[in-house]
Design a protein. Structure first.
Length: 142
């Protein structure tokens, strides 16, 4: 952590919480500085609004502006995710954060082909999920 970062608590609709690092910009605005592992609809570098609760803990309130980055998550229920898979994903231009060696979040920058990354992830044999955009966002019924 650098002294220019703060933690923001995000609570999902089921009441589970996680904290993410963010850079303060002033006026209750922050840039997310790591990938969420459990929250949906948020990605690295998104501009968000957060306010301190009665204990001074910053609470996420809303997204102000999307960064253009996307997030997917991968888990290997049988063991660690091999370095070869991580090297393949990073060679495409994506970033990786690991909650554990079995569970990672993948940052897909705006200039990296989303469908290309999804093809690699979907053919990896690992369990995975859309995080931002969510499955529901991608497969909306008309």
């Amino acid at each position: 952590m650098s002294k220019n970062q703060v933690k923001i608590r995000i609570q999902n609709s089921q009441g589970a919480t996680e904290t993410v690092w963010a850079k303060p910009l002033g006026n209750n605005k922050y840039i997310l500085d790591n990938l969420p592992f459990f929250a949906y609809g948020l990605s690295w570098r998104d501009l968000v609004e957060a306010y301190p609760d009665s204990n001074g803990v910053l609470e996420f309130k809303k997204i102000v502006e999307k960064s253009g980055h996307k997030t997917v998550r991968v888990i290997n229920v049988e063991g660690e995710i091999p370095n070869g898979f991580i090297e393949l994903i990073t060679s495409i231009g994506c970033g990786i954060e690991g909650a554990t060696r079995k569970f990672i979040a993948i940052d897909i920058p705006e200039d990296v082909g989303f469908d290309k990354v999804i093809d690699v992830v979907a053919n990896s044999g690992y369990e995975w999920e859309y995080a931002d955009p969510t499955y529901e966002d991608i497969h909306k019924l008309d």
